[in-house]
Design a protein. Structure first.
Length: 116
């Protein structure tokens, strides 16, 4: 059974940083496009950042210049470095692995709270 396990969330003050990790198992990690999404209470899930199997990245406008997505295929892990965090970044952050239209896997999510 495919597993995506997120870690690294927590409580941080505005302006602070966090690094999220998502470890994947039971998939051929290197060929999957990997993404980070987030969902705040009462809001729809939104894309934060994606990194393709070839290493191309794309970001939501709201996080450009502050967040960086990366992947380590040897460790089957995707990361999200989040800097200059704002209260509006508060959400559950979810990891996604996608390959074509057949493979679309989700992790359970990790809570990020930005508050003073």
């Amino acid at each position: 059974q495919v597993q995506l396990v997120e870690s690294g969330g927590g409580l941080v003050q505005p302006g602070g940083s966090l690094r999220l990790s998502c470890a994947a198992s039971k998939i051929i990690f290197s060929i999957h496009n990997m993404g980070w999404y987030r969902q705040a209470p009462g809001k729809q899930r939104e894309l934060v950042a994606v990194i393709t199997s070839g290493g191309t990245t794309n970001y939501a406008d709201s996080v450009k210049g502050r967040f960086t997505i990366s992947r380590d295929n040897a460790k089957n892990t995707v990361y999200l470095q989040m800097n200059s965090l704002k209260p509006e970044d508060t959400a559950v952050y979810l990891c996604n692995a996608k390959l074509g239209i057949r493979n679309n896997f989700w992790g359970q999510g990790t809570q990020v709270t930005v508050s003073s």
